[in-house]
Design a protein around this ligand. Structure first.
Ligand SMILES: [Zn+2]
Length: 327
């Protein structure tokens, strides 16, 4: 009997030991699982952080490539311009030598580009006097069978009576002075109202003189006296002649239009895309037309023909050109 109860006690204790150890191991396993889950979570978090980092790096890499591409494009443009016949002639003039002396030293105090050759800008004051016969035809673009008049006479101030060609020239001459004071070199397609130069010739002349961009100055007219404000014109992406100039021309158009409207307070009608302008289709450099305002609107007409306001207009256009070249 005593032996039996001893056995029972031993069996009971062994049983209890098993139960306790099961309980103990179970808890340890639970704890292990929880901490492993925590490790997995933090690893996942680290992975997603790394993934974000990679995404950001990819984005800045793509941005850098885009910027480099744009720079290469601009440099190519410059190189192309430098190969023009007129540019080659200019190369005979001694440029900067190793001592750092510059042929542009005389204007160095105001020259924002004094450390390098100045940018060359062509200004094309639209139209010319009605006394000049420009009714002969010329092709609308290289290889085009569509013929258009060499030039038209444009609109005129409904309130001031001032012809568009005259306003265009006034602003263009002010813009020339403003750009030169900022260190640019300027090429003018005409400096009086009696020069007979066609739209095709203007485009070709600007590029042949080594200009990097061509800014065409115009004013608008409308049947309604209520239309007012400014817009720019640029070749479309699918222009059959100059689609390669689309991007830079578009940028130039927006840069000039935005700064012009911001200083004049004129309504900004945005950039219109056109493939029917002879002076655009024959261009080999980025080109824009600025329609400065409506000469058929009393406020636009009077303001655009006010001397002080004209200086503001010219500085707004020059600001846009600064922006374009600073990109
Ligand atoms: Zn015009």
């Amino acid at each position: 009997m005593k032996k039996t109860s001893m056995m029972a006690v031993i069996l009971f204790l062994t049983g209890m030991l098993c139960v306790f150890s099961l309980f103990f191991f179970n808890r340890t396993a639970d704890r292990l699982i929880v901490s492993t889950e925590k490790d997995v979570d933090s690893a996942m978090e680290a992975i997603s952080m790394k993934r974000d980092e990679i995404k950001n790096a990819e984005k800045s890499f793509a941005d850098a490539i885009e910027k480099t591409d744009a720079n290469i494009k601009r440099l190519k443009q410059k190189a192309r311009a430098a190969q023009q016949p007129a540019e080659r002639e200019r190369a005979n003039i001694p440029m900067e030598d190793s001592s750092g002396a510059s042929v542009f030293e005389g204007q160095a105090s105001e020259d924002v580009f004094s450390s390098e050759a100045p940018h060359i800008v062509a200004i094309d004051p639209g139209h010319q006097s009605e006394k000049i016969d420009m009714s002969d035809l010329e092709p609308n673009g290289p290889g085009s069978s569509e013929m258009k008049a060499k030039c038209t006479t444009g609109t005129q101030g409904a309130f001031t009576g001032i012809p568009e060609y005259s306003l265009n020239l006034n602003i263009s001459l002010k813009l020339k002075d403003e750009l030169e004071s900022r260190g640019y070199q300027v090429v003018m397609t005409r400096t009086d109202n009696d020069t007979a130069i066609s739209n095709k010739e203007r485009a070709e002349y600007a590029a042949a003189q080594g200009a990097e961009i061509c800014v065409r100055i115009h004013a608008n007219g409308s049947d309604s006296g209520n239309s007012s404000g400014a817009l720019a014109m640029s070749p479309s992406e699918s222009n059959p002649y100059v689609s390669s100039l689309y991007e830079d021309s578009n940028q130039l158009s927006w840069d000039i239009l935005d700064s012009y409207c911001s200083v004049t307070g004129f309504t900004n009608w945005g950039v219109q895309y056109t493939d029917t302008m002879t002076g655009i289709n024959w261009s080999s450099i980025p080109v824009t037309i600025l329609e400065m305002g409506f000469m058929t609107n009393e406020n636009d007409d009077r303001q655009m023909n006010d001397e002080a306001f004209q200086n503001v207009m010219a500085s707004g256009i020059a600001d846009g050109i600064d922006t374009y070249f600073s990109r």
